[in-house]
Design a protein around this ligand. Structure first.
Ligand SMILES: Cc1cc2nc3c(=O)[nH]c(=O)nc-3n(C[C@H](O)[C@H](O)[C@H](O)COP(=O)(O)OP(=O)(O)OC[C@H]3O[C@@H](n4cnc5c(N)ncnc54)[C@H](O)[C@@H]3O)c2cc1C
Length: 287
């Protein structure tokens, strides 16, 4: 690694000013992706370490139920937080399945999403919850739907000088049961071969589905309406799978074949339907 300048701002404004002055600077959060990339040859001139900024550590439900997750909230905290486990079990447990305990105690939600890997575990559960990103720069603040944030493998809609400040889950998502399933070879050392997240509102009859590790970005499907717990669960699972398979483009790689990923998409969609139509809260499981 070459020598690198390092700054540790204590406020968002200071971080934005540093980025404005040096547009090629790189934001550092937990470093669990970035430091690995730097060891692999990624060139960095200036690291702006945002982990000491208190505002980025916020994790709170507003009185109306809107959830704000600061960009530097670590994944283990998301996994442990009782209010999140109760309200959005799919999100809590997806966070709890990232890497190992050591990784989750460094890795942040902002880093998981900004790294824009198709395998980012927190992306599918946040997509089905209709999350949006609050993005900040020296020029001001803007909000962007998470499904517009992902542009391609390792590509986001962040512009030069911008930082993710928080991820916001709207209060309207409280009516959804959520679940998350992930297939990986070795817990703690391997990324997902495939992941699916679902959200189901019995009151609205709405079923939302997102798939990870099966296309250049995590993919959110158009919602399915008119689903009731009295529907044939296997038929709902097949509808979800058909929808997913028409939208994803799984690849053959060293970890799994495209055919295996397609088959597992069907299996996980059936499990999602079973979990969300049969239970009251929803849940989350690793396969
Ligand atoms: C052994 C191991 C196992 C892993 N297993 C998994 C797994 O199972 N599932 C999974 O999803 N991931 C896994 N990862 C990847 C990684 O831990 C996550 O993606 C992590 O959440 C990244 O967060 P971070 O805070 O470490 O980001 P960093 O490494 O600090 O940053 C990642 C990228 O995001 C940018 N960035 C970070 N924060 C911001 C921000 N607020 N605004 C703008 N840009 C920002 C950085 O500039 C960098 O480009 C694993 C990593 C390791 C090393």
């Amino acid at each position: 690694m070459n020598s690198v300048r390092y700054e540790r701002p204590t406020s968002i404004a200071e971080a934005c000013d540093l980025l404005e002055a040096e547009p090629n600077a790189t934001v550092l959060a937990g470093g669990t992706d970035l430091v690995v990339a730097m060891r692999g040859g990624r060139e960095v001139n200036l690291l702006i370490d945002i982990k000491g900024i208190p505002e980025l550590e916020r994790l709170e439900f507003a009185p109306d139920g809107e959830l704000t997750i600061g960009a530097c909230v670590i994944l283990q905290r998301l996994a442990d937080e009782s209010a999140i486990k109760k309200q959005y079990p799919g999100l809590a447990e997806a966070a709890g399945m990232v890497g190992s305990y050591q990784v989750r105690n460094r890795a942040t939600i902002g880093g998981n999403l900004s790294n824009a890997s198709p395998c980012a575990d927190t992306a599918p559960p946040l997509l089905v919850l209709g999350a949006h990103m609050t993005i900040v720069s020296a020029k001001g603040e803007r909000s962007l739907a998470l499904h517009d944030f992902f542009q391609g493998v390792k590509e986001t809609a962040l512009l030069s000088g911008e930082i993710v400040k928080s991820v916001v889950v709207p209060s309207s998502s409280r009516v959804f049961r959520t679940a998350f399933f992930k297939i990986q070879r070795i817990q703690g050392h391997d990324l997902a071969l495939l992941s699916v997240a679902g959200a189901y509102s019995p009151e609205q009859g709405e079923f939302r589905l997102a798939v990870g590790s099966a296309a250049p970005t995590p993919v959110l499907m158009p919602a399915i309406q008119g689903i009731s717990p009295s529907n044939n669960i296997d038929e709902v699972g097949e509808r979800l799978a058909d929808k997913a398979l028409s939208a994803i483009s799984p690849i053959d790689d060293v970890r799994a074949s495209a055919e295996y990923r397609r088959e597992m998409t069907r299996v996980l969609c059936r499990r999602l339907a079973r979990t969300l139509l049969q239970t009251e809260e929803g849940g989350c499981f690793a396969a």
